[in-house]
Design a binder for this molecule. Structure first.
Ligand SMILES: *Cc1c(COP(=O)(O)O)cnc(C)c1O
Length: 366
């Protein structure tokens, strides 16, 4: 069956009387008098049926098995501690999500070593991975430049060097892009963004196929305690069910906005997967769709870009992305962000194209 069909039915039972929406189990303790692992649930930091319903639904898209975490960053933390045990370095892109670099910097005093490389340069990646035991961190499309990297080819390079590969799949989501099927060992998603899609929950997840790797990740979640709340897991699960519909709509609108923005005299450059470049890779790796996120650079300075952001009446000035409502921000307002001063990152919602474009055009002309 199609993964989008499996997604809808993954956590549902067909028995007489079974609920059509997975129940929320808030209990921090379940009865478990038996020895060892006799009951599947006991103490709430270790396992919870509502997390598992979400994890089962995620697996329908990702393949492998999934673990939900308190946030994307809690999942990244568990991934870094697992991938970089025993002094392995992390080879990562220099222009991906700044929160990943920030977390690595916090872990530096504890021995984590990183090396930034351009993932488009396969020779540079191979050289970095050949320089001692390492793991490879891929982010594609990157946030906020929407650069694309070829996961299957990078996995080949990493295999030659004996390195494990993790992919931050947040911007694409598992509906458009399936890193495990492309050979990666780990797929990370911030469910805060498009995967949950309604701007109402902070949550994250990791997926993997290898049982031993999953157990190490689970050990970090159980011991460090970066667990999801059952209610948050339920909200994320509910949102995830409509991910395919939302992403199809958002991708269509975003591509149309990308071409209109590119033709606007105030816009210097538009970044959107599959627009102008990378079309072949979008077809092969992202199910032919570019997703909900685009960014563009204006002619002019930071103040001009700020004025445009504030002039919109419909598109909301806000960070994050992937919600049903359109929003944007001048990305360089964040101190740790490496984006150019006039770059605006636009998260395309599910509103009809004409309304969003009318608002953006008016803001650009203001
Ligand atoms: C938001 C984001 C994260 C972190 O997720 P949180 O849920 O905010 O902790 C990681 N990677 C990318 C690409 C993101 O956009």
């Amino acid at each position: 069956m199609d993964p989008a069909t499996r997604l809808l039915h993954a956590a549902l039972e067909h028995a007489e009387g079974a609920p059509s929406s997975p129940p929320i189990d808030l209990s921090s303790v379940h009865v478990s008098a038996g020895p060892g692992a006799a009951a599947p649930y006991g103490y709430g930091r270790l396992a919870n049926p509502t997390w598992e319903a979400l994890e089962t639904a995620l697996c329908a898209l990702e393949g492998g098995s999934a673990l939900a975490f308190a946030s994307g960053q809690a999942a990244t933390h568990a991934a870094l501690m697992t991938l970089c045990a025993d002094g392995r370095r992390l080879v990562l892109p220099g222009d991906g999500y700044y929160g990943t670099r920030k977390l690595c910097a916090l872990l530096h005093p504890f021995g984590l070593r990183t090396q930034a490389v351009d993932l488009a340069d396969l020779d540079a990646v191979a050289a970095a991975l050949a320089d001692g035991p390492a793991a490879l961190w891929i982010e594609t499309p990157t946030n906020p430049f929407l650069r694309l990297f070829d996961i299957a080819r990078l996995v080949e390079v990493a295999r030659t060097a004996g390195a494990l590969v993790a992919v931050d799949n947040t911007t694409a989501t598992a509906f458009l892009q399936r890193p495990l099927a492309l050979g990666a060992d780990l797929s990370l998603t911030s469910l805060t963004k498009g995967s949950s899609g309604h701007s109402d929950v902070v949550l994250g997840a990791l997926a993997a196929r290898d049982a031993a790797l999953l157990e190490r990740l689970r050990a970090w979640r159980s011991a460090a305690g970066g667990i999801p709340g059952p209610f948050e897991a339920w909200i994320a699960h509910r949102g995830l069910l409509t991910l395919p519909l939302r992403v199809e709509r958002q991708s269509e609108t975003a591509l149309a906005l990308a071409s209109r923005l590119a033709a606007h005299p105030r816009v210097r450059e538009v970044h959107y997967p599959g627009f102008a470049r990378d079309r072949e890779l979008v077809e092969r790796q992202m199910s032919g769709r570019g997703g909900s996120l685009l960014s563009f650079e204006l002619d002019g300075d930071a103040d001009g870009a700020e004025r445009v952001v504030r002039a919109a009446r419909l598109v909301r000035p806000a960070t994050s992305f992937g919600g049903v409502e359109s929003s944007w921000e001048r990305r360089a307002r964040w101190a740790d962000e490496s984006a150019p001063a006039s770059l605006i990152r636009l998260s395309v919602g599910i509103e009809p194209l004409a309304d969003v474009w009318a608002d953006i055009e008016a803001a650009l002309d203001s």
